[in-house]
Design a protein around this ligand. Structure first.
Ligand code: NAP
Length: 308
């Protein structure tokens, strides 16, 4: 299937383009970006023009930051195209619901992707936890924003999510692997005094079985980068490291370690191909609901200014 890629920035070039190039399902047929291009692929800087001139491109993948994404998604859906959304699927819950309603009205596929859910050991973690009794779940997601998002001021602007940009990846795993739904009870958001979005956050959740569920997110981590989820159960302890790329049961590694995002995006594009073939919609907003709740309920602590 021909596909157009919109927003040729960091994640498009790091992951989307290589995943499309190595897939038998997809042909990258056009790009839309004000500055970015991909060698050998017809490039547009006007989205309307690309849609108009390419009726054969039935699928559009949007790699823009969340705030500008709605307008592009709505235009594509109105033009009868199937749409794949980078995470988070939008800037607000309501605009995501509006996109889903539009997709249903138009009878096209819409996919809110959560790339971390495709990390190598996430399914195995979900399967192991399915019949266990959880005592505690501790998420530690600490990375260096300067290293992973160099110069991306949008991330600290309204709608950019700040540390929840990576934190929502952890929440996408938690909402996939836990058999029971949790909900936020308490949050502390550390917001640099010159920015609009938090650079760190501490979250606590209610768990129906009484387990202690908490997250620590921090964008100021230098040195070792940490993306771990530890689940202590009555029957043993599960540890996910490398953002879901490795799993330990009672300290014993389960299979090889997969690092980085390399396996995640090919799996997302395979899932999109299946959705399009079956006419499906996948708009699970549960990770984003927890982030929205943190912004609703969280206490704000002002911290020192941040510059890239
Ligand atoms: P980015 O490089 O800053 O932005 C992607 C592209 O979007 C830019 O190159 C820009 O292309 C376009 N864009 C930016 N602002 C725009 C605006 N206001 N209107 C129209 N186009 C605009 O960001 P990114 O790191 O690729 O992240 C994009 C999305 O992918 C985010 O939602 C992020 O959470 C997600 N993501 C990122 C990573 C990562 O490691 N960076 C990993 C996984 C997921 P032009 O200027 O050429 O138009």
């Amino acid at each position: 299937m021909d596909i157009a890629l919109v927003g040729i920035g960091k994640i498009a070039l790091d992951q989307h383009v290589p995943s499309l190039e190595s897939s038998a399902d997809w042909e990258l047929a056009a790009t839309v970006s004000r500055h970015g291009t991909v060698d050998g692929v017809p490039a547009y800087d006007d989205f309307d023009k690309m849609l108009e001139e390419n009726p054969g491109i039935r699928v559009v993948s949007l790699c823009l930051p969340p705030v500008p994404r709605f307008d592009y998604a709505a235009k594509a859906l109105k033009a009868g195209r199937h749409v794949m959304l980078e995470k988070p699927p939008g800037a607000t819950m309501a605009e995501c619901a509006a996109l889903e309603a539009l997709a249903r009205e138009k009878g096209v596929s819409l996919f809110a992707t959560w790339h971390s859910r495709e990390a190598d050991k996430v399914d195995a973690a979900r399967d192991w936890l399915a019949d266990k009794t959880l005592k505690s779940l501790t998420v530690t997601w600490k990375e260096d924003v300067r290293r992973w998002h160099p110069g991306q001021d949008w991330i600290f602007a309204p709608g950019g999510l700040g540390v929840f940009d990576p934190g929502i990846n952890a929440l996408s795993i938690v909402t996939k692997i836990l058999p029971d739904a949790v909900h936020l009870t308490d949050a502390v958001l550390s917001v640099p005094e010159n920015r609009q979005a938090p650079i760190a956050a501490e979250l606590s959740f209610y768990h129906p079985g009484g387990a202690e569920v908490s997250c620590t997110f921090d964008f100021r981590q230098e040195g070792e980068q940490i993306w771990t989820i530890e689940a202590v159960c009555e029957e043993g302890t599960l540890l996910l490291t490398h953002g879901g790329g490795q799993m330990y049961l009672d300290g014993v590694a389960q299979g090889e370690t997969e690092t980085g995002l390399a396996g995640e995006y090919p799996r997302l594009y395979a899932a999109m191909a299946k959705l399009v073939r079956t006419g499906g919609i996948d708009m699970d907003l549960s990770p984003m609901r927890h982030v929205a709740d943190a912004f609703l309920l969280g206490r704000r602590d002002l911290v020192e200014p941040f510059e890239f």
